[in-house]
Design a protein. Structure first.
Length: 436
């Protein structure tokens, strides 16, 4: 077997494999012998058909079958001999100008990039640190109050910031309706930014049953290209105004969060414990993000197109599935590949680099850390053991935890060799960035 490899681009390879005619004839002879026991030819008893008759009748078919077998049996041997690491299945071709004797085929494929791990020595990493102050606890308790707020219908004043309005509205652009019919009984909280910028501002100061018409421009980066940057006219009628009334922090309020003691001091301690757990997780995620950013800054890989295409499809799939579920027009939603390419490249690059770090440094999954991770995830639930059992009852769920833990172990390995600079961040800034 003769093998030659042509580098057609940084990651593309064209491998040519040639086999002598003797190998082809040997394989064909085996196939003819097998056929002789099976084929039925008029004038001959089963198993007694002469070799030359079988060869004349089935030569082209057998040579084609042997060619397929030879490709299957020699391809993997050839890439091993050449130390090639293909990304995906090859494109196989048998050239028209191949020699009349023997057998030759080409395999075109992409290979994984070489990863220069030496460039990751002493990464510069900024480590965020934060502490929970009493004012942070006050703000969190206030948020909890408003989470239990009730909407009370208001009839004696105009709408204002934070009110929930129930509206009917239409929108037109160049005299064409933006919706098929009047949108009725639509609830919107002023200031929650659930509508396009400026829409909710136009709802402030309206009385019950008032109607208002206003012009408003869609953002330049709006998801629907047909509407992006365009100015439309909206007509809104207010059918209900409701104000949010938060409960007092009393014994009943505290007990609603599972604290039977009902004291303010115990409640604050419980809130603080939950905040500390969330802060620890958020700081860990920010530190991991800092390490990943440092890796991307040190190493820029040329990536195989096959991997990029596959990852783009993975990123697009949830949006496409959701659009189909909502029976939306995919063209209107502008779910195009270019929106996902950079994210796909970033994820593939980090995945390849982390895999190489794990492989080269023989980082092994720590089962104790897996157990610790599962228990930590379960802490915030009413019945932690039930959550723990849920994870361990399914191999796929547990494998997801394995991947997270192994990634964290790899980050710890890199941090041990990094130059770390601590930076203080306010609690609310850590958590706000985490949620966004």
């Amino acid at each position: 077997m003769q093998i030659s490899v042509e580098k057609t681009s940084e990651l593309s390879r064209k491998m040519t494999v040639s086999l002598p005619e003797a190998v082809v004839q040997e394989k064909m002879a085996e196939r003819f012998k097998s056929l002789a026991q099976k084929v039925k030819v008029d004038g001959f008893r089963p198993g007694k058909v002469p070799h030359n008759v079988i060869k004349k009748m089935y030569s082209a078919q057998v040579r084609q079958e042997v060619a397929g077998d030879l490709i299957e049996s020699t391809y993997f041997k050839a890439i091993q001999e050449q130390n090639l690491n293909p990304v995906s299945q090859p494109f196989i071709n048998t050239p028209d100008d191949a020699p009349s004797e023997g057998f030759e085929y080409t395999a075109v494929f992409e290979v994984y990039p070489e990863i220069p791990l030496a460039q990751l020595a002493q990464l510069d990493v900024i480590k965020p640190i934060s502490h929970i102050e009493e004012t942070d606890i006050d703000e969190m308790i206030e948020k909890l109050r408003h989470q239990k707020a009730q909407w009370i219908e208001i009839n004696d004043r105009p709408s204002q910031e934070k009110d929930q309005l129930t509206i009917n509205f239409t929108g037109t652009l160049n005299e064409e309706k933006l919706t098929d019919d009047l949108v009725e009984n639509y609830a919107v909280v002023i200031g929650n930014n659930q509508m396009i910028p400026g829409f909710e501002d136009n709802l402030i100061g309206l009385d019950l049953n008032a109607t208002k018409t206003f012009d408003l421009s869609f953002p330049e980066d709006y998801g629907n290209e047909k509407l992006a940057g365009q100015t439309a006219q909206f007509e809104v009628t207010v059918t209900k105004i409701e104000a949010s009334i938060a409960p007092e922090i009393d014994e009943d309020f505290i007990k609603s969060y599972g604290l039977e003691e009902g004291s303010i001091a115990a409640f604050r301690e419980d809130v603080k414990a939950n905040m500390e757990r969330e802060l620890t997780s958020a700081l860990r995620n920010k530190l991991k993000d800092a390490v990943m950013a440092a890796i991307n800054q040190r190493i820029q890989l040329t990536l195989p197109n096959a991997l990029v295409d596959e990852e783009v499809e993975n990123l697009m799939k949830p949006y496409i599935d959701m659009a189909k579920k909502q029976k939306s027009n995919l063209d209107d939603l502008d779910i195009t590949r270019h929106l996902f390419i950079e994210k796909a490249k970033e994820r593939i690059s980090l995945g390849l680099i982390l895999s190489e770090i794990i492989h080269k440094n023989e980082i092994v999954l720590n089962e104790d850390k897996v157990k610790e991770k599962v228990e930590d995830l379960a802490k915030s639930y009413e019945d932690p053991q039930q959550v723990i059992d849920w994870y361990y009852a399914d191999k796929k769920r547990l494998n997801d935890i394995h991947q997270v833990v192994l990634e964290e172990q790899t980050v710890d390995f890199l941090l041990a060799q990094s130059i770390i600079t601590e930076q203080h961040v306010e609690f609310k800034d850590v958590m706000n960035k985490q949620r966004h």
